[in-house]
Design a protein around this ligand. Sequence first.
Ligand code: SAM
Length: 246
Amino acid sequence: MRGGPGRVTLVGGGPGDPGLVTVAGREALECADLVVADRLAPLAALRWAPAHAEIVDVGKIPGGRSTDQTEINRMLIDGAKAGRHVVRFKGGDSFVFGRGGEEAVACARAGVEVRVVPGVSSSIAGPAAAGVPVTHRGLTQGFTVVSGHVPPDDPTSTLDYAALARAGTTLVVLMGVRTLEAICESLVDHGLPPGTPALVVADATLPSQVRVRGTVSTITELSEKAQVGPPAIAVIGEVADIADLP
Ligand SMILES: C[S@@+](CC[C@H](N)C(=O)[O-])C[C@H]1O[C@@H](n2cnc3c(N)ncnc32)[C@H](O)[C@@H]1O
């Protein structure tokens, strides 16, 4: 047990390149006693943690080993209550499909001081790394970020694909590698022109980055041919044609 009360810092680590961890995120890591890290957090940045810091990997591998969220909350709270500075280190921004909100609430309810360090979300940085601006004057006045973790016809899906198809904004789909075909079909069924440009970027900002460009009708097949796997982002909309691709 260390002296004084502990605390939790939720650090969004950006899309993967450790150069995209914020200065505040790095400073938090540099004074961590315990780092609870996710699979998509830029693990190369863990070298900034002090030598005494304990590193716990609670990475969620799609379809594989995962640590229960309640257990993670408990780890954060117990660590802080033991007087440690706990850094919860995640990919992108903790509040974009990152369960950071649940963790912040759990800490606050347990009377633990919690601070949020916003991160660079892959939902914007992924397209940008592939050369795609999510908004572009004269092309689109907005963008919509959705989770594709379930297909449109899944009973647990709450997304209105008819509205998305006619929104006229760029659509950014996270966690949609498995469901891309069903999502694209639904958008076209609801009136999105089949020739609408689309792009998929995987491992964005990492040396292994791959990008595939097509249309909403061809992007699934092209991505499969390129053997694109998670983590990947699909961008659907006129801006996808801006990418300077061969
Ligand atoms: C659970 S969500 C977390 C998103 C994260 N909180 C953020 O703001 O970027 C994980 C999804 O983010 C996307 N993602 C995260 N990092 C990525 C990367 N480097 N390249 C492409 N997609 C990425 C993928 O769609 C992946 O399935």
